[in-house]
Design a protein around this ligand. Sequence first.
Ligand code: MIG
Length: 692
Amino acid sequence: MLERFQFGTPIKTGAVVEEISISNKELPFFEIKKEENKIHFLYSLGDKDKIYGLGEQIRGINKRGWTYTSYCADEGYHTEGRHSLYGAHNFLIINGKDTFLVFFDYPGKIIFDLGYTHANEIEITMEYADMDCYIITEDIEHGKLEKLVNDFRHLIGRSYIPPLWAFGYQQSRWGYKNEKDILEVMQKHREQKIPLDAIYLDIDYMERFKDFTIHPERFPDMKKLVETLKKEHIHLVPIIDAGVKVEKGYSVYEEGVEKGYFCEGEEGIFTAGVWPGFVHFTDFMNPEASKWFGNQYKTLFEMGIEGFWNDMNEPSMFYSLEGLKEVCEVASQMDWENFDLNHFLTLQAKVNVIANKEEDHKHFYHNIEGQKIPHNKVHNLYGYYMTRAAKMAMEEYDEKKRMLLFSRSSYIGMHRYGGIWTGDNKSWWSHIKLLVQMMPSLNMCGFLYTGADIAGFSDDVTQDLMARWMAFTIFVPLMRNHSEVGARRQEVYQFDNCKEISNFIKFRYRLIPFLYSEFIKSALWNQMYMKPLSFSFENDEMACSVEDEILLGDTLLLAPVYEQNALGRYIYLPEDMKEVRLKADGKIEQKVVEKGHHYLEVPEEELVFFIRKNKMLILGEEAEWTDEKIYEKLTIIAYIEDKCEYVLYQDDGISTEYEKPEHFKKICVERNENGEIVVTENGGFSDIHILE
Ligand code: MIG
């Protein structure tokens, strides 16, 4: 059952797509406490209750025991002690004494104290009592968790589907500064036969960091560069930042000012500092301004560009003009004659807190249907609306063609318009595990096209870490290697173990028919691409507490190695499964492993994963880019007791008619009376083989 409860006068966010009538019953499960403007929702937990949800957040899959803040933040340290990251995904699934899903459609700051202050209490606090709250419950015995997600996803609408090429391997780095750098990345990959589908442009392609401009010396002919890359089947994907540079004569700035499209501050247009220096922020809450910003992307579409990543859209700011003035004021009043440590510390403290200051958010405004709303009340919508603006422009430009789009900041609802990447992680072992734990939570709220910066954005990666990152992320939809200027170069060809890592990437391409099918079906049928073991093995207490293994659809179990110097890892299998091992020489070994606890040896150059009973994995052919060739010959690896079937999804990878029946190709495999495994239905693929 799905019910909607309303408090106060909520701001329309566009998170949900179904219009549900407002219930006049009392909100179930929670006790409500109001004080001044604030509202608190209290819930008492059973001892063993688990809590899922919150999408992009730190810590485990079970979120119990910590306090989390929904307030989109440019947070470069994704460590256990933090409270927020770049997105705000305000939903929880409580599983235990009661089992239900709750979604707070509220774009301001929320604090989720999930059994932190008091072990058995949830307290959710909002600063203003204006919101829609949705509660979903299920009247079924088994599969409750999956059904809750399914109903929730139905409510919030179908997830964004990128083109097929976006499932290829992608190379990025903040530091590629000119055409030569880009061409070198292309050549090195092609020469060394490391598959590649995209190269990214970070902020250095712009002229003085001005959105929608191109640096004339560094990239003298962008259109030609795009074409050159396309001939090699590589897509160029530029970054767009949220802030528009303040600069006389820069048309986007001039026009935005003239038309009143930027957010107002207390006196005049609000000014902050980001990469370009002083910037203004487009008021995406104003539909006209939003459309206008979206239209700017066309400059780049016309150069043949078909993908973008939207950055700094929390929005992130290094300082506000007011904050900067204050610092200068304090500095100018320093008593230089008697300058001591206290003076220094005062100054330092001032400087340290001017970035992304919540106080600043209360002093700039959005125009919502003629009403002046302070930014802090709608903060969590900014990245969402920026990305929606871009997506609408893409559709207007060519409604029949899919483009690639993902954002750093997000809110539920944005999953319909684009994906997200998980921001500035580090070249740390712990961040592989963080990704494993974040993927299912993101999938629960519709963010399917997502992934982390492979091998870590900041800090220096080592070659063993590189290999382990790759071994997991070949299964992740957005598979992008990205790093920061100053960190060790981490293109695959920089490492002594290039061949071994390339083997993983090559295997990724063989996995694409399966991964793409899993992805599209998850999007169309509102399912999770990756899910916790507890969602499928709800009665297995052990499985329900495993947080470093995950399921890919109903077919695979993944158990990545995420520890330095490990020869392998401990695993728990909730049922008998087939272990599949890709050896360094390309051979694939298979064996059945019994349900239970095991130590799994995984040498650094090998890849190991599991297939569930009566399930099959379909592999395509190796390719250097997402070429049709992948589908020419299919190989089935199956764990068959009696029989199984799989629906392989195949389309042209670019058009938007997802639901044509001919895209869904049924493949059936059976064990015949002689004990041999045979294909009984081939989905129209004549070259299809079973690997035993
Ligand atoms: O303040 O554009 O998360 O991926 O490389 C840093 C430079 C701004 C943050 C993004 C990162 C990107 C970087 N950006």
